[in-house]
Design a binder for this molecule. Sequence first.
Ligand SMILES: *Cc1c(COP(=O)(O)O)cnc(C)c1O
Length: 463
Amino acid sequence: MKYNLMIRMSQSFIKHLGGLKMSENIERLIQQFPLLKNMRQYQPIDWLNPEFGMSAEIPFTQAEVFDVAARFKRFAPYLAKAFPETQKTNGQLVSPLIEIDKMQACLTRTTDTEIPGKIYLKADSMLPISGSIKSRGGIYEVLKFAEHVAMTETNLTYSDNYAILATPKYHKLFAGYGIMVGSTGNLGLSIGMAAASFGFKTTVHMSVDARQWKKDLLRANGVTVVEHNDSVSVAIAQGRKEAATDPHTYFIDDEGSKDLFLGYSAAGIEIQKQLADDGIYPDVDHPVFVYLPAGVGGSPSGVSFGLQMMMPEGIYPVFAEPTHVPSVTIGMMTHLYDKLSVKDLGIDGKTLADGLAVPRSSRIAGRVMRSLLYSAHTFNDDDIYRYLTMLADTQSIYIEPSAAAGFSALVPTINGFKNRVVLKNATHIVWATGGKLVPNDEMQRYYDKGRALLAEPQRELVR
Ligand SMILES: *Cc1c(COP(=O)(O)O)cnc(C)c1O
């Protein structure tokens, strides 16, 4: 399969590089990809993926996306019972798609750029249970594991009402199993809350970036939180190592889990309907740009893949990363993917966007996106606070800093898009990846920071 060939190619490239000293390797990479030079100086960059739209075999299928949706549906009665907040959607984990015309007007004013088409916010910040996009992938993988355990250990069938899984009999069964994960915060939160609801012994390895309130909330729900004074790559490695010593503990691997990736993809089905409800049918003359913040790359890639499976034409996924942690961008640009960490390039990996503080990208994400990603952009941390405050002021919607990253890519994407004629038909979807559970005082600090930055003598928001 082409996909394997691709991996083999990049591995032979690495072997080729392997004969040289690291510093010489990096020098050669920079010669080959001059943008890396700007990235090492923390300059915001726009990278257009030269392989966008080329035919490439993708190692996942549309049938797998529908399988995810079917499993979520089987579990809806369970979720409605275990998490009463999901009752109003009958146990479905869905978020609104909101047209944000006041924000659009404000962006036009502050950036002095005409923004043709409509802008929507995909408010995953309002998703139940974790208040973030991780309620898709993270919870999906827990559900799949719970179903596997129940199917192998009991007489549960696919047609049963899964609300039965919220009874003491099953709770006792699940208590014999463990779930472990490494996270910067939100993945741990979604997996922790979902796993604890079943009764799984749950351990979350948190990176140094994780917010205190996320750890407190998990502990209050009976989850074991292990704190690491290091990046999430280290927290994940530790979790993986620990889980391997116990045959009854299942490790959810943010760096390479297929189920996690597929869990995010079901958003494609959800959004196809939301777009159709507004009369939007993407094709080459009606482009839909989707702006997604990338950390390890799993959620933006899973979502992009799902969108592409449902709507094969006219989808333009755009990733946004902090200038200090452009891990997915460097991996895709160089075709070295997870083999290249931002640290290898002397980039420090420090960002206030805690959900994006991932120095090394996932093993799956970049490879799947090779022909699907339209472009990637990097931003200065200050900008996401400005957008956060602007969104609150114009639309009264509050999101966390990482979740505002998509806004930073909007104007550069419009300015760089060659086919000016179709832009007036464009739809822009800024994926707001989290925020609902942020405590009020913390949200107030984010807001105040953005307000202060906006009050500064106008520095150009857009390069
Ligand atoms: C995790 C997360 C992301 C990025 O998802 P990855 O799968 O790590 O790329 C973006 N925003 C928020 C709020 C997140 O929690």
